[in-house]
Structure formats: C-alpha cells, structure tokens
Ligand binder design. Structure first.
Ligand code: HEM
Length: 388
C-alpha cells in the first residue's frame, strides 16, 4: 500500500528534479485540521456538545470580534500569566493598543530594508544559488525594524533590545507548545520569566528617560507580537513563491495570498459576557467562540472566481478590483485588531518585491509546525539572484 503522507499543497520543480513539497494544511491533524474541516459558511458550528462554537462565516466572525458588549477578549487565550499590561480599557482589562503611526511605519520599513540587505550579505548568497533558512534569515531584520519603529531607537541600544525580544520569544516557545500548561516553577516557566525580566529591564531604563506612560510590559508585548508575527509571515512569503513558477507576480497580491494561506493567527477567540443570540444559536454566558482567519481564507465567497483551488497558493486570485483580500480578517477586527497592520503589510510587500526578483526553490519538503501558530518547518530555500 502506498505510504500515507499528507497530500501536497504545492510542488516546487527544480531543474527537472523531484518536486519538493509543502504539506497541505487541509490534510493536517490536530486543531488546525479540525478547524479547516468544520462545515463552512453556516454561521456557528459547535465543536463539542457544550461548545466551543466556531464562527464559520464572515458576518458571524465580524460580529464576534467587534461586538464589545456581547463578547470579550479571554485572558487565557495565550498562556501568558502576566496581565500587568492591563489598563482596564476593555472589560477584561486587556490593553487596547493604538495603531502604529505613519512615521513609525516609515522608520520600520527603512530599517528593514537596510537590515535585510545586511542579512543577505552575511548569508553570502552566490551567483550560482545558496541555501538559506528563511526563519533564521528574517529574525534579526524583523526584530531590529520593529524595535526602531516602536521605540525610535537605533544602534547598539536598539540591537540589544531586539536581541532580548528574540530571546523572550524563544523562551516562550516551550511554554506555548507544551501539551499542558507548564507549572510555575518548571524549567520552561523559569526560562520565560528570566527572558522577560531581562527585556523589561532594558525597556525600563529606556522608558524612564522619556516622558511616556508606556510601561515595559506593554512595550515588551507589543514588540514580541510584532516580531513573532512578521518573522513567520515573512518565512511563508518566501516559501510559497518558491513553489510558484510564474515570475512577475504583483507583490501586493503575493503578500495577501500568503496571509490567506497561512495567517499568523490561525484561530483567536472571544467569550460571551452574557447570554447572546447569534443567528439561530443561543449562546450561554461564558461561551467560547473561536474565530479563524485561516478558515475564513478558505471561504470561496470571500475570494470568488478562483483560477485554482483555495488550497493552492495563487497570487493571481487577487487581480480583481472588486475582491477585497482584507475581508478575511487576517489582522483581526474590533478593539483588539492588529495595531501593527500597516507595518506588517509594508514589510511583506517589500519582501515580496525582493523575492520576485530572485529565483527561489525549496531545498527540502516543508511540514506545517502547529506548535506555535503555523510555522513552515523547515523553511530552507535556495536563492539564486538574477543574472546581471
Ligand atoms: C503580517 C503581519 C501581522 C499580522 C498578519 C498580524 C495579525 C494580527 C491579528 C489577527 C491580531 C488579532 C488577534 C486577536 O484578535 O486575537 C493581532 C493582534 C496584535 N498584533 Fe499583529 N499582526 C501582524 C504584525 C504585527 C506587528 C508588526 C505588530 C507590532 C509592531 C503587531 C502587534 C500586535 C499586537 C500588540 C496585537 C494584540 C492586540 C490586542 O490584543 O489588542 N502585529 N495581529
């Protein structure tokens, strides 16, 4: 009998060699597969006899994310125990972040451009093609660009904070990915606390010298969220085009399509604050309602007239002016929508512009790591610069 490997999402053909594959999100098991296999477009789908109730169409998802009176942000959605960033602006006291300003976005974009160039130089990409690990290559440029944008800082002080945010993200990984929430004195929790304290110490020194109400936990969380999201998104944005034979793809279309295929927030959730009627469903108070930008991205109604199936990477599907790619909520909606949307999109477009000028090919089959969002694993790519 043929071995049962997940069906390929896309193939990369390199000089007539065997295709290198990205595993299909649809074929995965675990929570990702469960979300994608839920019946679509029916409003709410109970995932168990007593919930949670998954939002499976756009109107329901939007209502859940934007109706602040009926739905609240659950404080336990991540395993972070620290709610000190809380200022009581929303019911659970979860902080509401202001969007980054155009000046912050411009600063972050410029630093990303410089640092990406530097990373490519240190990867010594040769004219005949070099193999890189996309996640590794992106980490520093993304971290430094985000710190410059948020903190208006450069040089060694910025680089130290960027390294400490990366250390915090790395230390948080075993906490988030472990099957059961680790105990307070476990090695994982202690490591995470140490990394957070080191980051907040540097931020405290910086903020003390400025006239600001921002606190180290607030800024630390903002930086970690932004850096983590963009490194992953950037990695997918290099992995997917490596499977796409067409050159001259519109960078904007490539960025939106990569967000559709693998949004960093595959699922978020809200909790009802009282009994709520939603479509045909009557939800009790305290009901958990997950919303999945990943699932919304697989709704044909939100991206009609498909050239190929929705499980395929196909930037051309965004060519039509009457189709709004952002409707699938890859940046969320409502009070807790992403404050870094403009910076995230700008960087993705710039990266797509760069990748459109290269020849990219996958060097190894890509699996989907679901332990912390959706990561390409490994994200090894052969980059061949254009011939002069
Ligand atoms: C392509 C890049 C990005 C994507 C797709 C993205 C996506 C998202 C989504 C979907 C949410 C809402 C989660 C929810 O409702 O539970 C979110 C929240 C958030 N994002 Fe982003 N993000 C990106 C980049 C960034 C950047 C660059 C920053 C900061 C510099 C950032 C900071 C945050 C923060 C702090 C939150 C939490 C907001 C809250 O809880 O009120 N993100 N992001």
């Amino acid at each position: 009998m043929a071995s049962e490997r997940p069906r390929s999402l896309t193939d990369s053909h390199r000089g007539g060699q065997c295709p290198v594959r990205i595993d299909s999100a649809e074929a995965t098991t675990g929570r990702l597969g469960a979300v994608l296999r839920a019946p679509r477009g029916t409003g709410l789908t109970p995932l168990g006899p007593h919930g949670p109730w998954l939002a499976t169409d756009l109107a329901t998802a939007r209502r859940v994310l934007t109706d602040a009176a009926g739905f609240d942000f659950p404080s336990t959605v991540s395993r972070g125990t620290d709610m000190s960033a809380s200022t009581g602006e929303s019911r659970t006291g979860h902080l509401v972040y202001a969007p980054l300003s155009p000046a912050q976005v411009a600063r972050g974009r410029e630093v990303f451009r410089v640092e990406w160039h530097r990373a490519l130089q240190s990867a010594a990409i040769s004219a005949t093609g070099s193999e890189v690990e996309a996640m590794d290559l992106l980490r520093r440029p993304v971290a430094r660009a985000t710190c410059s944008a948020v903190l208006d800082l450069d040089g060694k002080a910025r680089d130290l904070i960027a390294d400490r945010v990366l250390a915090r993200i790395d230390a948080l990984a075993p906490v988030i990915s472990s099957r059961h929430s680790p105990r307070p004195w476990s090695r994982a929790r202690r490591g995470e606390r140490r990394a957070r304290a080191a980051l907040e110490e540097s931020l405290a020194d910086l903020l003390a010298a400025r006239d600001t109400d921002d606190t180290p936990p607030v800024i630390g969380n903002l930086l970690a969220a932004g850096i983590q999201c963009r490194s992953r998104r950037g990695a997918w944005l290099l992995v997917f085009p490596a499977t796409h034979p067409d050159r001259g793809v519109d960078p904007d279309h490539a960025a939106w399509e990569s967000l559709r295929m693998a949004p960093p927030t595959r699922v978020t959730a809200r909790v009802t604050t009282a009994a709520v009627s939603l479509g045909d469903a009557a939800l009790p108070a305290g009901a958990v309602v997950p919303v999945s930008p990943l699932l919304l991205g697989r709704l044909a109604a939100l991206s009609p007239d498909q050239p190929v199936g929705l499980e395929e990477f196909c930037p051309e599907r965004w060519r039509r002016d009457d189709v709004r790619p952002g409707a699938r909520l890859p940046f969320g909606a409502g009070a807790h929508a992403c404050p870094g949307r403009a910076l995230g999109l700008t960087m993705l477009r710039d990266l797509a512009t760069w990748s459109g000028d290269q020849r990219l090919a996958l060097s190894a089959p890509v699996s989907i790591d679901q332990s912390r969002g959706i990561l390409p694993s490994p994200a090894r790519i052969t980059v061949t610069p254009p011939t002069q």
